[in-house]
Design a protein. Structure first.
Length: 262
């Protein structure tokens, strides 16, 4: 793995809350263009890692390098502007806005016009708003929601809300997309469709994707490399076939019944 192919590095990344060490020395390197996974029991520190990478938490120790640039401690909007977008374990949409408006909100991160131009209806502002609307519709077509563009976000079924949240993240033009439990609440058919959707999204938008997921069929089906957290510490990493056979991972997370049903 050559150095120029590394999109993210997190040497010594550690997060403490008072006397509790939630994440201890989370040291990973993510190769550009891959779909990779972060797994582990509930409370292992996975979402805390996402929160540090995306600027929601300022790490207690360690650094975050994105394309070799130190982004440690940058606020969330600046991290997003650098090219890192995410979804959330608990879906966060603007529920009283339309499906189209939710995606347009994501696209406004790259808006060139100033806020004060909006009430003036300047031609340049109106042109850019049309471009943003067209781009949002394009993304809705990509995720299969264009027919619902005018519907309120709170009227969508759970699986479609997940896809809308991903479309909004894509509207920020990311290079690196973090998905926090995208298959949560999905039935087996929806999870199978999600696997193909994630793979197609990577190809269509030339992305690197890191996902947290408890559905092992999704993880093993799409991830090319996996890290395993337990009590805030990395206990294993490697390709799916190695992770499935790792005794530490079986004991801490997968369980013997997983092997029997795999």
């Amino acid at each position: 793995m050559s150095e120029r192919n590394i999109i993210l590095k997190t040497p010594g990344l550690t997060m403490r809350f008072g006397g509790l060490t939630a994440v201890d020395n989370f040291d990973i390197e993510v190769q550009e263009g891959r779909i990779v996974g972060l797994i582990g029991p509930n409370g292992a520190g996975k979402t805390t890692c996402f929160n540090m990478i995306t600027g929601f938490y300022n790490p207690s120790e360690g650094n975050i390098y994105f394309y070799d640039e130190d982004i440690t401690g940058l606020p969330t909007h600046k991290v997003c502007a650098k090219g890192i977008a995410r979804t959330f374990q608990n879906i966060r949409l603007f529920y009283n806005e339309t499906v189209l408006q939710n995606v347009m909100i994501g696209a406004h991160l790259r808006q060139r016009s100033s806020w004060w131009q909006a009430p003036l209806n300047l031609p340049s502002f109106l042109r850019e708003e049309k471009e943003i609307s067209d781009k949002a519709m394009f993304l809705l077509e990509k995720v299969g929601l264009s027919d619902l563009a005018g519907e309120k976000a709170n009227s969508l079924p759970y699986g479609e809300q997940r896809r809308l949240e991903i479309a909004r993240a894509l509207a920020t033009q990311p290079k690196f997309l973090l998905l926090d439990e995208p298959a949560a609440g999905m039935n087996p058919q929806e999870s199978w469709e999600l696997m193909h959707f994630i793979q197609k999204t990577r190809e269509d938008f030339d992305l690197t994707i890191l996902l947290i997921e408890h559905d092992m069929k999704v993880v093993m089906g799409v991830c090319e490399h996996i890290w395993v957290l337990d009590y805030g510490k990395l206990i294993a990493e490697g390709p799916p076939e190695e992770i499935q056979a790792n005794p530490k991972v079986i004991e801490a997370y997968l369980g013997e019944e997983y092997l029997e049903n795999a």
